[in-house]
Design a protein. Structure first.
Length: 264
């Protein structure tokens, strides 16, 4: 799909005004439309502001009790999040692209180990996919509501500010009430990407779907190879020995014919 230069495209004057996640969809709304107005954005809140959308204030969820300085994951699900402004057939959550909750955790009680997003060198990649955009596309494809990101922060022992996100996905139509906790990172964007990736994996695993891209082809090839190896190992030892003996006998016969050909 041709996503274009920006993550989101807002159409203010076109066939169907709204916010689109690909340049192809946006282009269909503005091409050959007289006095069309559209613009690309990286953040949803900027696109909403440009469209002049004013959401009602989102009531904050009740603060859960702190245990060891970290909010329990179930605390955010006690308060249902209202649906937001509807752009024709496209619904956008008011908390998408911004934080509806922020928590500071004492530095003496900071999570360590697997809760920290590992650092990666982006220079080794030709393309880096945006996991949040992937998540939005999957939610659109499966007709799910938009994910809501809830930010939390704390200072590490060295005084460094770390960011983390919870992602909640609610859908009354599909009876869905999911929450995923991402890792922490000094870079807020990396933390948001990690939370998006984990929620994306949860959605795909529960609906039994996959994303067909370059990595899918690589994994598919590895699966075929692994299956072939399993079939080879599942044969009894005597059968494998017998196959090797037959292959060796055939090689000897071919070699003898080859020598006779040159002797004559």
């Amino acid at each position: 799909m041709d996503t274009g230069k920006y993550r989101l495209y807002a159409v203010r004057r076109g066939r169907i005004p709204g916010i689109y996640t690909s340049w192809k969809d946006c282009k269909e709304q503005v091409n050959e439309f007289k006095n069309a107005e559209f613009k690309g954005f990286r953040l949803l809140r900027d696109a909403q502001q440009w469209l002049g959308v004013v959401d009602p204030p989102l009531p904050p969820p009740p603060l859960p009790e702190l245990h060891c300085g970290v909010y329990p994951p179930t605390g955010l699900l006690q308060q249902p999040f209202p649906l937001s402004t509807q752009f024709n057939s496209m619904q956008v959550s008011p908390a998408l692209g911004k934080s509806s909750q922020k928590a500071f955790v004492p530095c003496s009680q900071t999570p360590l180990g697997p809760n920290i997003v590992p650092e990666t060198c982006s220079n080794q990649f030709v393309l880096v996919e945006d996991m949040e955009v992937y998540l939005i596309r999957v939610c659109c494809q499966l007709k799910l509501d938009y994910p809501v990101f809830n930010r939390r922060e704390f200072f590490s022992g060295s005084g460094e500010l770390l960011h983390g996100y919870w992602v909640t996905l609610l859908s009354q139509q599909h009876d869905i009430n999911w929450i995923v906790e991402g890792g922490f990172s000094p870079d807020e964007g990396n933390a948001r990407q990690d939370a998006s990736f984990k929620m994306l994996g949860k959605v795909l695993s529960l609906v039994g779907k996959e994303i067909h891209d370059y990595n899918y082809r690589i994994v598919a090839g590895l699966r075929v190879r692994a299956k072939e190896l399993e079939q080879q190992l599942s044969k009894p030892a005597y059968q494998r020995i017998r196959n090797l003996e037959q292959a060796n006998q055939k090689l000897k016969s071919d070699l003898q014919k080859f020598n006779e050909l040159f002797e004559t």
